[in-house]
Write a protein that binds this ligand. Structure first.
Ligand code: SF4
Length: 331
């Protein structure tokens, strides 16, 4: 498993009137090359902030306070302005949440795509740009000429989302990050879009990072999954292992909360309590106030991450070392 992206000890802070908010807190995370990795967690867990940091696009006044991000071995935090321009879109592209709204409402899709090309490539002719745009629109199962000549308001939500996916592929990036790519779309369109994404991943061998709170989607498309809680990646591993043998009590509870066609809905249970206030984090493990396995040590010190030989990693005091890693059982 060769890492394309390696995040180590990443802390991202936002100075607020009420104090310093740590949206990401000493997080470690790896995106293996050629795989689909999913990052799951409740709203506010830090998924989007971590992804924005990978793109060097943290919203002001946020800042990386500590840690490192490497892309294909290169330090993302120290890229020059010029290097950053080619890094974005040409090496890593991101489809932001509610990305349909990112389209310029007063420009035809054709002009927006050409503008993006021109910002990065000085050698392509307009015909070459449009040929590439057409082939990508065709790839995401849209009628290329109709869509190229359309204004965004002439397209449905699902069509706009597919346009944004085509946009992300314009400059042949190695990595595409998709932040909740099907939010606000109906379930049939969601399935259609994930079908397209899986095909793109296979045919173009593009590494993908999928940010979602939809565990069902993760099971369907991802190879690897990381679980974020209160700004930290508390568990990560192969998708089968994570679903079948979750190690962290929060992951186990998340899996139990997922509705299933095969099990009695009454057996599903939510996770009691709420995520901690990031401005007033409790001492010790941030999940302790909601964890039925919490003990004294949990309330006193943060657990360190432990790595198993099978590529599974977990941060919980139940696992003091790699040989102690086993499936957790919660009621
Ligand atoms: Fe629960 Fe303690 Fe593990 Fe935190 S460290 S998840 S409180 S058992």
């Amino acid at each position: 498993m060769k890492p394309l992206v390696e995040v180590r000890g990443l802390t991202i802070e936002f100075p607020m009137r009420a104090g310093l908010l740590r949206a990401v807190n000493e997080a470690d995370f790896v995106i293996p090359e050629g795989q689909i990795t999913a990052l799951v967690g409740e709203s506010g867990s830090g998924k989007s902030t971590m992804a924005s940091a990978i793109m060097r696009a943290i919203a002001v006044p946020g800042r990386v306070a500590e840690g490192s991000i490497h892309f294909d071995g290169h330090d993302v935090m120290s890229l020059s302005k010029k290097q950053l321009q080619s890094y974005k879109w040409e090496q890593a592209a991101m489809v932001f949440q509610a990305a349909q709204n990112a389209l310029n409402p007063v420009m035809r899709i054709k002009d927006q795509m050409v503008e993006t090309f021109r910002a990065h490539s000085k050698t392509l002719t307009e015909k070459q740009m449009l040929d590439k745009a057409r082939s990508l629109l065709d790839y995401v199962r849209l009628e290329p000429d109709r869509v190229l000549n359309a204004f965004p308001h002439e397209l449905s939500g699902g069509m706009k989302q597919r346009v944004m996916i085509a946009f992300s592929l314009l400059l042949d990036p190695q990595l595409v990050i998709l932040d909740e790519p099907t939010t606000a779309l109906d379930v049939i369109t969601q399935a259609y879009i994930f079908d397209i994404l899986t095909k793109i991943h296979k045919d173009m061998n593009i590494t993908m990072l999928l940010l979602t709170h939809d565990i069902g989607v993760v099971a369907k498309v991802a190879d690897r999954v990381g679980v974020m809680y209160a700004g930290n990646v508390v568990e990560a591993g192969g998708v089968y292992d994570m679903f079948k043998r979750p190690k962290h009590p929060y992951t186990a509870k998340l899996m139990k909360a997922v509705p299933s066609l095969y099990h009695d809905l009454a057996e599903r249970e939510g996770i009691p309590g709420s995520p901690p206030d990031l401005l007033n984090m409790p001492p010790g493990c941030p999940f302790a106030p909601r964890c039925e396995l919490a003990h004294d040590k949990c309330r006193a010190s943060s657990p360190a991450k432990v790595y198993s030989s099978a590529g599974h990693e977990v941060a919980c005091h139940l696992y003091p070392n790699a040989s102690s890693i086993s499936e957790v059982r919660t009621s």
